[in-house]
Design a binder for this molecule. Sequence first.
Ligand SMILES: NC(=O)c1ccc[n+]([C@@H]2O[C@H](COP(=O)([O-])OP(=O)(O)OC[C@H]3O[C@@H](n4cnc5c(N)ncnc54)[C@H](OP(=O)(O)O)[C@@H]3O)[C@@H](O)[C@H]2O)c1
Length: 381
Amino acid sequence: MVNSTVILGSTGSIGRQSAAVCRRLGIRVPAIAANRNVGLLLKQVEDFAPEYVSASDPGANRELREALSGKGVTVGPPGEEGLRIAAAWPGAECVVTAVSGAVGLRPTLDAIDAGRRIALANKETLVCAGAIVMRRARERGAEIVPVDSEHSAIFQSLSGRRGELRRILLTGSGGPFRGWSREQTASVTPEQAVRHPNWSMGAKISVDSATMMNKGLEFIEAMHLFSAAPDDIEVLIHPESVVHSAVELVDGSVIAQLGVPDMALPIQYALTWPERRPGASERLDLTALAGLHFMKPDLEKMPCLALAMDCARRGGNAPAVMSAANEAAVGLFLSRRLGYNEIYGSVSAALGSIGFIAEPSLDEIIESDHEAREFIKENYA
Ligand SMILES: NC(=O)c1ccc[n+]([C@@H]2O[C@H](COP(=O)([O-])OP(=O)(O)OC[C@H]3O[C@@H](n4cnc5c(N)ncnc54)[C@H](OP(=O)(O)O)[C@@H]3O)[C@@H](O)[C@H]2O)c1
């Protein structure tokens, strides 16, 4: 188990649950960072007495600085720099990357460079620059332990058997609009889209779960984390969210990880690995389940998943363009400036308009990300 961890995105859904796990296990939190939620950052400063805190938003940063003046806590600068300082904060063993979106990329690389364990929640980082991030982690000997429940399940099921993997079975509930036609989803509102049937999460990932883009992002994340080819990953719709994912080994054995839908367990495991500690989640009562169902996804009704799987096969900068365009489009949808069905159309258009780069450098990935966001802003905002 780690003794200390930084939490990037400490005020979000994963960040707050990570803080609760740290409190329960007595893990020290020397640095925290978020964007705007000054009230909660101040509460977390009281709870954890960190040495460092930052807020990226300039107004929130000023407010934080005033509130903490003379209190002996270092307040970091606004913007990405504040997050990057937190990511490499001296003396921490681990960094929980729980910011949402591609803003997590450079801080994650900084944490890897500093040799920290990465408890990786921020999937956009691996989607946009998985090859670079995984190579850097191998070179620096940094452990990447997934927090995403599906990848934690795969990680747990594969433990010690990486060379014997035949296939990953990546499960997903299918979201709140499973089985809905395009005509039915046309009038979906942000309120409906963020209400997930099984999981309580931040707004962006909830919308991604509804469109099934989230499963597509996870498909790409799994390729990088487990060195799997696209044809070695099968997506299965599993409405009960009890089997968090599984692996098929070369001899045909299928090993799965099951549990109640609660992120506390994968967060805790990323911090205690390779040990296990009691008390993460409610216990699973298999006899209380009416049944477990699995089906192939209907890709015609899930165009974002099909698009992401296509980008996974294309590789290069395509996943970075897709992820950034999706982030921008979801932002517009949440502020009611884009219809639900237009999320797919706009991301697809961005992919068609931005030049393909087969082996992008980090700078080219960041440039592609900016171009994709600009494309969405210019054409849809
Ligand atoms: N929620 C889940 O159950 C779940 C499961 C698996 C994976 N994930 C992944 O985990 C990540 C976080 O998801 P979430 O649901 O926890 O998101 P969330 O509730 O929206 O929280 C996002 C966090 O990131 C911070 N943040 C956003 N932009 C920032 C910036 N520019 N600089 C610094 N901090 C910034 C937010 O700060 P403010 O609060 O101050 O705005 C907040 O603390 C995502 O990549 C998601 O895909 C989430």
